[in-house]
Design a protein around this ligand. Structure first.
Ligand SMILES: [Zn+2]
Ligand SMILES: [Zn+2]
Length: 304
């Protein structure tokens, strides 16, 4: 080998070593936390629906996936964030605006567990969720209140449901995720009945960030619940206009009274919240200074 060729091979090997080192550093999970630890909550704009991707220390979980028409968005978002596996996929309840895109996520990547309050529900979207979970060798499982799940150095704690009834919204899986001294409460579509059951359980609710219940429905986010959670930041996952006038002006007014900073996916696109374990920073993907206190309006007359 000529000396210039030797130099070339040496340089190439050096570069390869550097590349391997960089990619290990980036993807290495650090369950003990430490300086490489990170936590991000991405509240995705899936119109009138919910979808949140949580990334912590090389681990990922997805809470809901919007309607089936957002499958491509979910797929592209996972790919853009190099998510190759979900530790946990949560179907908070079987309504289509929550589970639709979850099937796409399971089609794209394997998962460790899939949580859902029910194991059957009469809809095409639900059948699809069960099918793709099955393809990954998983069955839907209902977690118990008080149960915890480790996501990197974050802890996911199940607050509800305490009971599953025909009222799917009030049987939602409700989670509180703690990362260092910051915490995130995901209220799914629960309304005041399930809020009451959580308050009665005596679970710790105080949270830095609240994903507001049921897209800002007036029947959710009651004063007693809001007082306990006492969030600094609230995210409303909603599409306007919608047939329900979400978010309701009464909820916006309660959040204003609680001196909570409100962010909305309908006005501000995906909302990305990063925590360093002590404080959080919020980045809306558009329209940072939107008038978030403008109530939603009804798109079409309601038929009874
Ligand atoms: Zn919903
Ligand atoms: Zn619902």
């Amino acid at each position: 080998m000529s000396s210039s060729r030797k130099a070339f091979v040496f340089a190439a090997l050096l570069m390869l070593t550097a590349l391997v080192f960089v990619s290990c550093g980036k993807n290495a999970p650090s369950p003990e936390g430490g300086s490489s630890s990170y936590f991000e909550a991405h509240f995705l704009d899936v119109g009138e629906g919910d979808a949140a991707l949580i990334l912590c220390d090389g681990h990922a979980m997805l809470i809901d996936g919007g309607e089936p028409k957002y499958s491509d968005l979910i797929y592209a978002y996972l790919e853009a964030h190099s998510v190759e596996r979900l530790d946990l996929a949560v179907a908070t309840h079987p309504h289509v605006d929550h589970i639709g895109g979850l099937a796409a996520a399971l089609r794209a990547v394997p998962a460790g567990e899939v949580w859902c309050p029910v194991s059957s529900y009469p809809s095409k979207a639900f059948a699809s969720l069960v099918q793709y979970a099955g393809m990954r060798g998983l069955r839907l499982r209902r977690p118990s209140p008080g149960e915890t799940f480790r996501l990197g150095s974050a802890e996911v704690r199940v607050l509800a449901p305490h009971a599953v009834t025909d009222d799917a919204n009030n049987s939602s899986i409700v989670l509180r995720i703690v990362y260092g001294n910051t915490s995130f409460l995901f209220a799914a579509d629960m309304e005041r009945e399930e809020e009451r059951s959580i308050l009665d359980s005596g679970a710790e609710l105080a949270s830095t960030v609240l994903k507001v219940g049921h897209h800002g429905s007036g029947n959710a986010t009651s004063y007693p619940f809001l007082r306990e959670v006492s969030p600094t930041i609230a995210v409303i996952s909603v599409g306007t206009p919608n047939p329900y006038s979400h978010p309701h002006e009464s909820v916006l007014s309660r959040l204003r009274d609680a001196e909570t900073s409100v962010y909305r996916t309908d006005l501000q696109g995906h909302i990305i919240i990063v925590s360093d374990g002590e404080r959080v920073s919020v980045t809306p993907t558009r329209n940072e200074n939107a008038d978030v206190m403008e109530p939603g309006f009804t798109a079409e007359p309601k038929h009874h």
